[in-house]
Design a protein around this ligand. Structure first.
Ligand code: NAP
Length: 353
């Protein structure tokens, strides 16, 4: 391969580029070694405006090359072949189907198609092999493009921690989340509801954690997904934290494991992104803290580029056997970075051609 061909970047578009996840995607695509952002799309409220003139609401820098892009209406067929979707769920379902039918490969953050029987729901370190479902998807849906999804943000972190413990065969899981305000998008939860408060309900979130985790940890045999045989009970809360979902997890393992065994499994956990040295892959997908009062969202959420799940307080649980606390960046490993890593994995596997 010539040097010019080897460095040729793939044009990329972002559906929903004006939201908090979309803005993180735009920021993370700046200087990307494989991809080049050439197109942004959003609602008619933003369409035809210059991207750099719209409010920028995230702490990462707005890339110069994105500033000059004009925001497009969401017309299938008029965008680059490879698209990330950070669309609101109210429109993502139909819009993503229209783009996939028109030949686009849509790598989506939205919930709408995650549990579809022929849509891969992928965390590259955990179930990269589920991308094989794209063949089934083409046969069943008749799309010339495709849809690949990444999980709900809290689900990503839990599924990665459980995948690290696969050798001990997790049987029962009880998880309580403390989820950041940015998880609700912009403008999200009203300040009078959020400040100094804990809201013990996030619509649909508990079901997503319980169902999506089983699909991710389950198997795909070329024809169908078989969910993992693990019982999961989730309670989700919204807390006045800007970025970073914390989860308190108790787990019953089929195989005996000491605290040290669990910590070792977290520390040695690796997957395809690390083997392939994908550009957005964290060196270690799960990082263990020994200090009793960590991880904390304010102090730790930005570590490891937001791409690692941080685990602490591994200890005995008198009810289920083991418990620990984990933290993940909802907008990065839980959303934009998750989609980017999926696209990098697909690129490495020749699935973006
Ligand atoms: P957000 O800040 O509310 O952004 C939503 C995006 O969708 C904006 O670009 C918006 O465009 C666009 N949109 C809204 N209504 C539309 C319509 N009728 N037609 C066309 N475009 C429309 O939401 P977000 O937090 O970035 O979330 C984006 C997606 O990622 C959602 O599906 C969400 O569930 C999922 N997700 C979010 C997180 C998180 O932590 N926030 C984590 C995982 C997954 P305008 O700006 O033009 O209105």
């Amino acid at each position: 391969m010539s040097a010019a061909k080897a460095t040729k970047k793939i044009d990329i578009g972002v559906l929903g580029a004006t939201g908090v996840v979309g803005q993180h995607l735009v920021a993370m695509l700046a200087g990307h070694p494989r991809f080049r952002l050439t197109w942004v799309g959003a609602s008619e409220r933003s369409a035809r405006k210059r991207y750099g003139e719209l409010p920028w609401r995230v702490t990462r820098t707005l890339p110069v090359e994105a500033k000059r892009l004009i925001v497009n209406s969401l017309i299938a067929g008029s965008a680059p072949k490879i698209l990330f979707s950070a669309l609101d769920a109210s429109v993502a379902g139909e819009t993503e189907v229209a783009f996939a039918a028109a030949g686009h490969i849509v790598v989506s953050n939205a919930r709408n198609h995650r549990m579809d029987l022929c849509v891969p729901l992928v965390i590259p370190e955990v179930n990269a092999e589920h991308l094989a479902a794209l063949k089934l998807q083409r046969q069943q849906k008749g799309w010339s493009g495709a849809i690949v999804t990444n999980p709900n943000c809290s689900t990503v972190f839990l599924a990665m921690a459980l995948a690290a413990l696969r050798e001990f065969n997790p049987q029962k899981v009880v998880v309580t989340t403390m989820q950041a305000l940015s998880g609700a998008g912009y403008p999200g939860v009203a300040s009078l509801d959020a400040m100094g408060n804990v809201i013990p309900f996030i619509a649909g979130e508990e079901e997503k954690i319980e169902n999506e985790t089983k699909k991710i940890l389950g198997r795909f045999n070329g024809k169908e997904f078989t969910p993992a045989d693990v019982q999961i009970s989730a309670q989700t809360t919204r807390v006045p934290v800007v970025n970073g979902h914390t989860e308190a997890v108790s787990v019953e393992l089929q195989e005996r494991a000491a605290r040290e065994d669990i910590i070792r499994s977290f520390e040695k956990f690796m997957g395809r992104p690390q083997e392939l040295a994908l550009p957005s892959a964290p060196k270690r997908p799960v990082v263990h803290f020994e200090s009793a009062d960590r991880p904390q969202p304010r102090l730790d959420v930005e570590h490891f580029g937001g791409m690692a799940v941080q685990v602490g307080r591994v200890r005995e649980c008198p009810v289920l056997g083991h418990k620990f606390v984990l933290l993940g960046h909802n907008l990065i490993r839980g959303a934009a970075g998750a989609a980017l890593l999926n696209a990098e994995l697909m690129h490495a596997g020749g699935l973006l051609n």
